[in-house]
Design a protein around this ligand. Structure first.
Ligand code: 26V
Length: 766
């Protein structure tokens, strides 16, 4: 199809207009149709074995630019639009961002789909079509409020397939309708699919907020991702959602298997199911149920399923490891109970250690440990960064590693450089083309060749100029969309990620307080700094919401202080999402990756920042460890306690032990003078004057007495490292060299590399 002819043709057919007469919205819809036509004309990749990537989240972001790039028509479309005086970026503003994910796990799934398609691997995603997403974040009175985030329009990327399955719930069957989103592969002529299941008659959005009647289940299963689980009805709804996803997904897998003419007892020869964290774990008993229902013996079914499934763990936070009361599953899908009991019986017969049981607890109060189910009945168990996998093997999942050493493997995460460099930073991408040739776009390792330019002042100046331009672009869009002024001359120091205490946005806030107090004490900073945050807090996570409140109060206090304002800015992106990430990440000077060591499984934002020439300020946690190894100590700022020390403190090893079992005693750290004044500022008259005294006092008490994620342990070291980074920023040439090394070494973190490793070690698709 010739784009030059087809695009004007579409404008005529749809609107009776020339391209140049179309509004941005009309152009968007022409491009949507064109892209859909091209993508759906592409066949699926060949291959006898097919991967199904099951995930509760796919944080895919806007698709127009990405798909144009994958289809190889990005430059051509851009040229056509420029010719009629239009910009792709303005047209893309019309596109709503799909709201199908929450954080790193969902964005990873989206990067993986992109890479699976690019490598021409025979693999699809399977998930749910949430109508109102996670939620849309609004700030009111310096607090987060939530409202539905509808994103589905009459014309969208969703393709109705006509495929339907019945999901048998305890209360009766619900029809699951399948919609697809095409995933065209870059560098191939094939396309994968994201399969999203939906209910037949979805309920309208709640009038106010995101609370809704949880009893109208058939209409509500696909309303929201992660509905409030602070009460039993909410938790039960999650089980219903998960079963809806995996039952329909498993039926799809078997339907396609049969269409290929393969016998059910050869499932594992033809199918691999990657279970993305534990949300899809019920696919294991569901498949056993379907296979035995269709004539396989229990032994055969269990063997096939165990050889078909593979599990990825994304967290070691105990509270995030899913355990469901058996009674919930009994209520939602009673037919799974006997299967789960049988799977538990088999595991207990083979392994007597009660720590590895699938079902734990006494009769009537039994709970199902989803990760345990996955590990016993999968052929592979992987962590998402080298350190994370080691922690799984040596502490968190040690009893399982002792039983199944060969199942455990590491797959360090990666990100698609197509979206996270080519699309979001075309300026840097073309500089890279000039320096190392275009080969890096297919083979990201070639970015290493950029190292040859580390002493080339012309290239270093170009890197700085591009960064300055991206900062100005960000300042413009901030002013336009959020009415906030940013100073592009200042250092952009950025922390964007889900709000969680382990990620320690509160420690970043303590640094802001430190700077503010210095300025008020008459010490002028080295240079102006903008501290930028972006984060959504889970609606029921009270402490996380208090931390957002603290950040917004600090912003207000500092903005209204003429002494501080020239030197320090605090800003927070409202409703941080993929679209904002694409604007924020290229504009970053200092990338904040400051989780408590051992707690961040990998991180993937860290990789995107690195590729875009930001310098990491981080703890030796998750993939930061691998970043540090690659760039070397001169090109990263690391600080803080190491993971093994932290693990020992949680285990209570050491001289003193507190009431909570840890050998970390918060008050000992609080009473260091440099720390105490920062923490006490939370309840200072200045801050109480702008904020909610109860929220700030709760935060203060929690940090002082509990500090579960040990912000006070690392804060002094953090302040020193951060001040050093900001000082070093002043030597522009030396800094540009750090930027260059970071970009040059980022090829390793391409998700194409990660996916090639999954395929080599786990999937074997070709
Ligand atoms: C767990 C739960 C528990 C119940 C409440 C809702 C909810 C939502 C999500 C999760 C799973 C969180 C796991 C997750 O997102 N892990 C992140 O995965 C990234 C990709 O591997 C990794 O880079 C991050 O370090 C890790 O935090």
């Amino acid at each position: 199809m010739d784009v030059k002819t087809r695009l004007p043709e579409l404008a005529q057919a749809r609107y009776g207009l020339e391209l140049s007469q179309c509004s941005d919205s009309q152009l968007y819809h022409c491009l949507l149709q064109l892209t859909q036509e091209l993508a759906s004309a592409r066949p699926a990749p060949s291959g006898d074995r097919k991967l199904y990537y099951f995930s509760a989240e796919f944080l895919i972001g806007k698709l127009l630019s990405n798909n144009l790039l994958a289809l190889g028509i990005y430059d051509e479309v851009n040229a056509i639009l420029t010719e009629c005086g239009r910009a792709l970026s303005a047209i893309e503003d019309v596109e709503p961002e799909p709201s199908l994910g929450n954080g790193g796990l969902g964005r990873l799934a989206a990067c993986f789909l992109d890479s699976i398609a690019a490598l021409g691997l025979n693999g699809d995603g399977v998930g749910l079509n949430y109508h109102y997403g996670l939620f849309e974040q609004k700030f009111q009175h310096n607090k987060q409020t939530e409202r539905p985030n509808p994103w589905i329009e009459d014309e969208s990327w969703l393709i109705p397939t006509g495929v339907e399955f019945e999901v048998p719930f305890g209360f009766g069957p619900v029809k699951a309708k399948l919609f697809d989103i095409a995933v065209p592969g870059a560098h191939t002529a094939t396309a994968g699919r994201l399969h999203l299941f939906d209910v037949e008659a979805p309920a309208p959005a709640p009038q106010e907020g995101i609370d809704f009647n949880k009893s109208d289940l058939p209409a509500r299963l696909t309303s929201f991702l992660y509905p409030d689980d602070s009460n039993e009805a909410g938790r039960l709804l999650r089980v219903y959602q998960q079963y809806f996803m995996v039952s329909a997904g498993a039926q799809l897998v078997l339907k396609e298997l049969e269409e290929r003419g393969c016998a059910l007892n050869t499932l594992s020869d033809h199918v691999v199911i990657q279970i993305n964290d534990t949300h899809p774990s019920m696919v294991i008993p569901e498949l056993v149920r379907l296979l035995t229902g269709r004539g396989l013996s229990m032994d055969e079914a269990v063997e096939q399923v165990s050889k078909t499934c593979a599990y990825t763990n994304h967290t070691i936070l105990a509270e995030a490891l899913e355990k469901w009361p058996l009674s919930f599953i009994e209520k939602a899908a009673p037919q799974l109970t006997p299967i789960l009991r049988e799977l538990d019986r088999r595991a207990k017969a083979a392994h007597t250690d009660p720590k590895v049981a699938v079902i734990q607890g006494e009769e009537g109060k039994e709970i199902v440990h989803m990760a345990h189910l996955d590990i016993h009945y999968s052929r592979s168990v992987n962590g998402v960064a080298a350190l994370h996998t080691e922690i799984l093997k040596n502490s968190e999942l040690k009893p399982f590693y002792d039983i199944y050493p060969a199942k455990f493997n590491n797959k360090t995460n990666g990100v698609t450089l197509r979206r996270w460099l080519e699309v979001c930073n075309p300026q840097l991408a073309s500089l890279l083309d000039e320096c190392v040739g275009r080969g890096w776009r297919r083979d990201p390792d070639q970015l290493n060749k950029l190292m040859e330019f580390a002493g080339d002042s012309a290239v270093l100046d170009r890197m700085l100029a591009i960064k300055a331009e991206k900062k100005r672009e960000l300042a413009d869009v901030f002013a336009r969309e959020q009415g906030i002024t940013l100073d592009p001359e200042s250092v952009f120091d950025i922390q964007v990620k889900r709000l969680h205490e382990y990620k320690r946005q509160q420690m970043n806030a303590l640094y802001v307080i430190h700077k503010y107090l210095e300025i008020k004490g008459g010490k002028t900073p080295q240079r102006p700094v903008t501290v930028l945050f972006g984060a959504k807090a889970a609606p029921a996570y009270v402490m996380a919401k208090h931390i957002i409140h603290l950040i917004l109060c600090l912003r207000k206090l500092i903005e209204s202080d003429p002494q501080a304002r020239p030197w320090l800015h605090v800003a927070m992106v409202e409703n941080y999402n993929v679209t904002w990430a694409e604007r924020v990440i290229p504009a970053c000077d200092i990338s904040e990756q400051i989780s408590l060591a051992s707690k961040e499984a990998s991180g993937t934002g860290n990789m995107k920042f690195m590729a875009n020439g930001a310098v990491t300020l981080g703890t030796l946690d998750g993939a930061n460890v691998e970043i540090a190894e690659l760039v070397g100590p001169d090109n990263i700022y690391t600080f803080g306690a190491k993971s093994d020390e932290v693990i020992r403190m949680y285990a209570g090893e050491g001289e003193k032990k507190g009431a909570d079992g840890r050998s970390y005693l918060p008050l000992d750290h609080y009473h260091r003078p440099a720390v105490e004044r920062l923490v006490d500022f939370l309840v200072s008259p200045e801050l109480l004057g702008v904020g909610d005294p109860a929220a700030l006092a709760t935060l203060w008490r929690d940090m002082k007495n509990k500090d579960w994620f040990m912000a006070m342990l690392d804060v002094e070291d953090y302040i020193a490292a951060r001040d050093r980074a900001i000082a070093d920023y002043g030597d522009r040439t030396a800094w540009a060299k750090k930027m260059l090394v970071n970009t040059a070494k980022s090829g390793y973190f391409s998700s194409d590399r990660t996916i090639a490793q999954y395929d080599r070690d786990i999937w074997q698709l070709k």
